[in-house]
Each structure stands twice: as C-alpha cells, then as structure tokens.
Design a binder for this molecule. Structure first.
Ligand code: ADP
Ligand code: 5GP
Length: 183
C-alpha cells in the first residue's frame, strides 16, 4: 500500500492526541512524526517520544540548516517538523503530523501530496468540557486556546477531510479508512 503523509489539525482539546495515539497503537504501518519544540516538557512527557525538546539556540541553528519542513511560534515557543525524519520514515511507513492549520498548510506548500484532515468538536461546550477535563490548562491558557477555535475551524475548506469527533471510535475509523484508501 502507498505510504502517505497525513496532517491532523483541529482545536486544542478536540481529541487529536487520543485519535492519533490509538491509531498508532493499532497499526504497524503508521507512525507519528515527532516535532521539535522549545517549550518545557509537561509532566510525563518524554524527550524523543512526545517532542524533541530543544533549547532556543539549538532550534535556531536547525532553522538555518534547513532541517524543518515548517516551523512556527505558538504561545511564545517554537515548534517545527523535522524534514529528515519525515523523508526517511516515508520510505517504509505512513506518517501522521499532529499540527496546527498554519503549519499544515505550510507543509502542503513544500509537500503537495500531504493529506489534510481536520478534527472538529461536536460543540464548543463539549470542547470546553474536554479541555477542562484534561486538566492541562490554567485559565489564561484555556482562554487563549478557545480564542483560536473559530480561526482553526474556518480553515476547513482548505482541508481534504473534515471529521467530527463525537463518538471516538467512529472518528478513529474514519481516519483509518483514509490510510486504507477506502474513504
Ligand atoms: P487534543 O490532542 O486535540 O488537544 P486530547 O486527545 O488530549 O485533545 O483530548 C482532550 C480530552 O478529551 C482528553 O481528556 C480525551 O480523553 C477526551 N476525548 C477525546 N475524544 C473524545 C470523545 N470522542 N468523547 C469524549 N471525550 C474525548
Ligand atoms: P502543545 O504545547 O499543546 O503540545 O502544542 C501547542 C501547539 O503547537 C498545538 O496547536 C500543536 O498542534 C502545535 N504544534 C505541535 N507541533 C508542531 C509542529 O511541529 N509545527 C507547528 N507549526 N505546530 C506544532
């Protein structure tokens, strides 16, 4: 089967991480790209698994070396997709990039075969419930993330697939069918 590079985008708390984690556990032919970031690790996050945690100096050096397919700044920190990891991995597996809309559209410019998937919440109220339930945001961070919600969802026309994460298993099956070429 053809290996594809897929970008999964959508507002914080919508369930991207949950969907991606499940698919990667179930399938040997799909891996997640590990991004680089300058933000500090959260409790439980492992360097090289969740992100490659870099100092700002290291990150800027790698920008100069052209080692990112794209990079951007969020909430005061840099995030980027390492080019070498993607190119090497695609030789044997499909890759999911869990990436915001700006980043995904930037990758699309240099990698036109990229498949764009938007995950949307069933409602704003449900999204708030999930973000608060996850317990990872303080009030300020919650406000910033919710303010970005409409902007992200407004980009849906630029995306190949729009999947509402209401029932988790249904959403997972929809994403999997894209890898299987049946959607
Ligand atoms: P994201 O990666 O998009 O920020 P997460 O995967 O961390 O979002 O999900 C946010 C919270 O919502 C988590 O606590 C997760 O367990 C929960 N969640 C994800 N999908 C669903 C769903 N379909 N129904 C109910 N809760 C969900
Ligand atoms: P978090 O700090 O919650 O892990 O991520 C913050 C934001 O950075 C999220 O919107 C996430 O999608 C985005 N992000 C994570 N990795 C990358 C990346 O490699 N490139 C870009 N542009 N954004 C990223």
């Amino acid at each position: 089967m053809k290996h594809i590079l897929m970008a999964i985008s959508g507002p914080a708390g919508v369930g991207k991480g949950t969907i991606v984690k499940t698919i990667i556990q179930r399938r040997e032919d799909v891996v997640e790209s590990v991004s680089c970031t300058t933000r500090a690790p959260r409790i439980g996050e492992v360097d090289g698994t969740h992100y490659f945690f870099l100092s700002k100096e290291e990150f800027l050096k790698r920008i100069e070396e052209n080692d990112f397919l794209e990079y951007d700044e969020h909430f005061g920190n840099y995030y980027g997709t390492p080019r070498s990891f993607v190119e090497k991995t695609l030789e044997s597996k499909s890759i999911i990039l869990e990436i915001d809309v700006v980043g995904a559209l930037n990758v699309k410019k240099v990698f036109p075969e990229l498949v764009l998937v938007m995950i949307a919440p069933p409602s704003v109220e449900e999204l708030k419930r999930r973000l608060i339930g996850r317990g990872s945001e303080d009030e300020e961070s919650l406000k910033i993330r919710l303010a970005r919600l409409q902007y992200e969802l407004d980009q849906k026309d630029k995306y190949d697939y729009y999947i509402v994460n209401d029932d988790l298993e249904t959403a997972i099956a929809e994403v999997e069918s894209i890898f299987d070429g049946t959607k």
